[in-house]
Design a protein around this ligand. Structure first.
Ligand code: 5GP
Ligand code: ZN
Length: 113
């Protein structure tokens, strides 16, 4: 499958990995929009958030727990951060392997899109 994030999971493409377990990977975004910009992905290929199944609920929840733990480790808990998912064309999705953007380290603008 020609998926850039699956290739990162397989270590065929390098990435600055900040967290990894059996089912989740987190790595720095190649074009950071903020001092902290991390992408969190399931190792299971799901093309976008509209494709999740009831059986994925635990996995998607655990990705959020990993994001919050990373935010805490990076000292963003007190001042806050943003966790974003873009879905398909109108949502601005560019990579079709579901991912969550963890953004922080500065005051982010109002989210107008
Ligand atoms: P989307 O617009 O799909 O929500 O976000 C895709 C994100 O993936 C973008 O922020 C983009 O900078 C990032 N990205 C695209 N290709 C690569 C890559 O090869 N490596 C890394 N680390 N990030 C990537
Ligand atoms: Zn993939």
């Amino acid at each position: 499958m020609d998926c850039i994030f699956c290739k990162i999971i397989q270590k065929e493409i390098p990435a600055q990995i900040v967290y990894e377990d059996e089912e989740i990977l987190a790595f720095k975004d190649i074009r950071p929009m903020a001092p902290v910009h991390i992408l969190l992905i399931p190792k299971k290929h799901i093309s976008d958030i509209s494709e999740i199944l009831p059986e994925d609920a635990g996995l998607i929840g655990r990705i959020h727990l990993v994001a919050v733990n990373l935010a805490r480790e990076l000292g963003m808990e007190e001042e806050g951060f943003r966790l974003v998912n873009n879905c398909k064309s109108n949502g601005g999705q560019e990579v079709f392997h579901v991912h969550f953007h963890l953004l922080g380290g500065r005051k982010l603008g109002a989210f107008a899109g």
